[in-house]
Write a protein that binds this ligand. Structure first.
Ligand code: ARG
Length: 461
């Protein structure tokens, strides 16, 4: 029974089944580095305000550093009966330092300690995600550069719509991941207030100095309300929400590329090293990595849901339910980090099958909207121009031909304003060249955007 931090008040030891049920060490051992970083900052503050002597502080710092080295080398034994990473580390410190070790928990509680550790871990993990996002953006810009003048059919409703430059396509994802980066930064700003020193829920009567701990742990500020601190998991939920959007963006890319790598589309070549085969059908080469990027998105969405349901209706302040935050938080980060790594590999190594794409590029009336806009320039109201071109498309469908194959008579029967200049406007290449609006797929626009991204992402020409 002895050995529990709360044994003073208890007449019985803890049932083994309760220990097993309530432990979190199997997951939160991952917080050891953050726990020790936080404890060292706390000990230094305690010595600054006179709650520890210099010598006691040094013993604690040395003891914690040694424990960290042991954990890193695998020599440290985590015990389930010590519940969590915080108690495991503190218990060994006390075994080694006796009463000096018993002073570390002065002016803090595990409630503010666990919130601090989790914030430090999430902050580090967000920085890791930000780096991976930049790497993926660079790979996307690289793909845009590798396919400078390739034209793709652009889709809405997965139906052929208008032609776009391949570079425009890749840059669309660069934009999405840029918004993800800005959400990561935002989330980091809101997260970055120090919980430690809020103690259990109400603060402490001891003369602690939270501001100096905040500075040492690189927090921008001190969390202002102790009652708020020990119940706050907003930062974890927000981080997982940010991860969910990243996963959704990756899932969209994956879905498109699964479609593109079918026989039917044949737009994309994936290297063998990034594909897998079938155990029964010898001819198969499957885009499993893409499918799993799409599939693993479900885990991240699940993690977000878990966290939201976990905190729903919890009264202030700390409740043990909150211990369940770690599994979804870790799973969401692990999953998204792995997906980002594999997505970067795929984007750097996949190539567009340029000839195959070009073969089908004049199918599907990708130039119909360009022709309609030409009529608008000639003075026809948009709704009328739309109808005129719609009728011409119907004529083409009945004859199984393209707009460019209609005769001058066909065109003038539809509208007398349509003249001999029309063939020079039709076809996907002409249609792409005709774009001019800001943000469009116009070659000059795309070149401008590409240059901008190369500067922003510090990529040499
Ligand atoms: N293992 C707990 C957790 O991860 C530590 C906090 C315990 N606090 C408490 N009042 N029992 O949430």
């Amino acid at each position: 029974m002895a050995g529990k931090a709360w044994s003073g008040r208890f007449a019985q030891g803890t049932d083994r089944r309760v220990e097993r049920f309530t432990e979190s060490i199997s997951l939160d051992h991952r917080l050891f580095e953050q726990d020790i970083r936080g404890s060292i900052a706390h000990a230094r503050m305690l010595s600054r305000v006179g709650l520890l002597t210099d010598d006691e502080c040094q013993q604690i710092v040395r003891g914690l550093s040694q424990i960290q080295a042991e954990i890193e080398s695998g020599a440290f034994e985590f015990r389930e009966d010590r519940e969590d990473v915080h108690m495991n580390i503190e218990a060994v410190l006390i075994e080694r330092l006796g009463d000096v070790g018993r002073k570390l928990h002065t002016g803090r509680s595990r409630n503010d300690q666990v919130a601090t550790d989790l914030k430090l871990w999430t902050r580090d993990a967000l920085d890791g995600v930000a780096d991976r996002l930049v790497a993926l953006q660079r790979a996307l810009v690289g793909a845009a550069q590798r396919h400078p003048s390739v034209i793709l059919p652009g889709y809405t409703h997965l139906q052929r719509a208008q032609p776009i430059l391949a570079a425009h396509y890749f840059l669309a994802y660069v934009e999405k991941f840029q918004r993800d980066r800005s959400r990561v930064e935002d989330c980091r700003v809101r997260l970055n207030t120090l919980p430690l020193g809020a103690a259990a829920l109400a603060g402490t009567s001891l003369p602690i100095d939270r501001a100096s701990v905040a500075r040492e742990l690189l927090f921008d500020d001190v969390a202002a309300n102790s009652l708020d601190v020990s119940s706050d998991r907003d930062f974890a939920i927000e981080a997982v929400f940010v991860l969910t959007l990243i996963a959704e963006h990756l899932s969209t890319l994956a879905e498109e590329w699964v479609i593109w790598s079918t026989q039917e589309f044949g737009f994309l070549h994936l290297p063998d090293s990034l594909c897998t085969g079938s155990s029964i059908m010898p001819q198969k080469k499957n885009p499993d990595v893409l499918e799993l990027i799409r599939g693993k998105t479900a885990r991240v969405v699940g993690a977000l849901t878990t966290l939201l349901v976990l905190v729903k209706g919890l009264p202030l302040a700390y409740n043990r339910d909150l211990q369940e935050d770690k599994a979804p938080l870790f799973e969401a980060f692990d999953t998204v980090m792995a997906c980002l790594e594999l997505a970067e590999l795929l984007v750097s190594q996949a190539t567009l099958r340029v000839e195959r794409i070009a073969q089908g590029l004049e199918n599907g009336f990708l130039d119909a909207t360009t022709l309609m806009e030409h009529l608008i320039r000639l003075g026809l109201p948009q709704r009328r121009a739309h109808e005129v071109i719609g009728k011409l498309v119907a004529v083409c469908e009945s004859r199984n031909c393209r707009l460019a194959e209609l005769s001058l008579e066909d065109l003038q029967a539809a509208d007398p304003r349509l003249g001999a200049e029309i063939p020079g406007l039709l076809g996907s290449a002409n249609a792409v060249a005709a774009f001019r609006s800001f943000g469009s797929t116009a070659p000059s626009e795309v070149a401008r955007q590409l240059n901008l991204w190369m500067q922003r992402l510090e990529l040499g020409t």
